[in-house]
Design a protein around this ligand. Structure first.
Ligand SMILES: Cc1ncc(COP(=O)(O)O)c(C=O)c1O
Length: 400
């Protein structure tokens, strides 16, 4: 649907990648719940395996529902191509396994989603790949970590869970000036392409946990990789097919395509609600610090304004109280739901140090400036007054 390239975001999130089947003509792309696809002849099968003829072979190598989502996300990210994986971690590991071998080096920001950190710190390092963690928001930190054998520069922005903002343009420039072949990979989960498009800012690859805002309804685990056609092809036919096998099911892809039809509307509402909640929290006498990129008090607010079209739905706070009291507060919410994950219609609250980021030791958390008492909110789509009232009630229950 290349003629749609110039259409608006909402139009593309709805129409891009949809399959039109003549004769039956369903509006929604049907679910192709099949493991394999029939060949006309041995010659056709051989041609498809050899890449000499277009067409499906086997769902681990491609499926129309996954292709629909891949095309939607790639188009919205202004990328050439996309690949859908069975999880965000599936997307990350598929992309990285495609790029590195023993003896290579990765530079990663020190604040990452807990399992991304575990994969880089404890997983891939077992196979002879060196990983250096530095704080990309510190001037000179990335430059000093780059080496001749650096293959990948990896980061999130905003970071999970402390909402640190990293200047995408600056990181891509520094990495490519050092070596144009370094792959700059950005996890864009917190923003989605509606709020931020890293490829336009010089990054090479975008990663998503589609489990979160892209799907948006808390009922799917999925991931996406977006980048240049050749790289995505390699991710598909090597990283995914032979290394991770992290293949999405057709039904999960169907649900993501369905969820994505309302991505812009949901993201707008997440941003509006989060700004109201962040302002309420900032004025609360029991709150020491609010981490929300939309607040002027956020240390990288100017970078956020420059590279984001809105500030997202994620907030983190530190209370003027102990870690125990913070945990008590988490248990006192009624509407806000105690659960990990994010980007859903429901407001979710969690304790990173003991949950999503328990893969970091307490020393490792402190080293990247994260207070183990931090509470993380994923602000949902409920009426903002009700979210704020629930937070107010929880504060009253714990602090009187
Ligand atoms: C920023 C970020 N990236 C990647 C992931 C991993 O995604 P998944 O849980 O879909 O594997 C998560 C999960 O919370 C995340 O928050």
């Amino acid at each position: 649907m290349s003629s749609k390239k110039k259409l608006g975001f909402a139009t593309r999130q709805i129409h891009e990648g949809n399959l039109h089947i003549p004769g039956i003509a369903p509006l929604a792309t049907p679910i192709f719940q099949t493991s394999t696809f029939i060949f006309d002849s041995t010659a056709q099968g051989a041609k498809r395996f050899a890449g000499e003829e277009e067409g499906y072979i086997y769902t681990r190598l491609g499926n129309p529902n996954a292709a629909q989502v891949a095309q939607k996300v790639a188009d919205l990210e202004n990328g050439e191509a996309g690949l859908v994986a069975a999880s965000g971690i599936g997307a990350i590991t598929t992309a990285i396994w495609t790029l590195v071998k023993a003896g290579d080096h990765i530079v990663a920001d020190d604040m990452l989603y807990g399992c991304t950190f575990a994969y880089l710190k404890h997983g891939i390092s077992r196979f002879g790949v060196d990983v250096t963690f530095v704080d990309f928001s510190q001037p000179g930190a990335l430059k000093s970590a780059l080496r001749e054998n650096t293959k990948v520069v990896y980061f999130e922005t905003p970071c999970n869970p402390n909402l640190k903002i990293i200047d995408i343009e600056e990181v891509a420039k520094q990495a490519h000036e050092y070596n144009k072949d370094i792959t700059v990979m950005v996890d864009n989960t917190f923003c989605t392409p509606y709020l931020q498009r890293p490829l336009d800012l010089g990054a090479d690859v975008v990663i998503h946990s589609a489990t979160k805002y892209l799907n948006g309804h808390g009922d799917v685990i999925a991931g996406v990789i977006v980048g240049k056609k050749d790289f995505i092809n390699e991710c598909n036919l090597f990283g995914m097919k032979d290394m991770t096998g992290s293949v999405i099911g057709p039904f999960e892809s169907f649900l993501i395509a369905r969820g994505m039809k309302t991505l812009d509307i949901r993201m707008k509402r997440h941003c509006e609600n989060a700004m109201k909640v962040a302002k309420y929290l900032e004025a609360h006498p029991m709150v020491e610090t609010v981490y929300y990129p939309g607040l002027e008090s956020h240390p990288q607010h100017d970078i956020a304004k420059k590279q984001m079209d809105g500030f997202g739905g994620m907030i983190a706070i530190i209370l003027k109280a102990s870690r125990e009291k913070s945990e008590e507060l988490l248990n006192a919410f009624e509407l806000c739901t105690l659960a990990v994950s994010l980007g859903d219609a429901e407001t979710l609250v969690e304790h990173p140090a003991s949950m999503t980021h328990s893969t970091y030791t307490e020393e490792e958390l402190l080293a990247c400036g994260l207070n183990p008492a931090m509470i993380r909110f994923s602000i949902g789509l409920e009426d903002p007054e009700d979210i704020i009232q629930d937070i107010e009630n929880a504060f009253k229950k714990v602090f009187g």
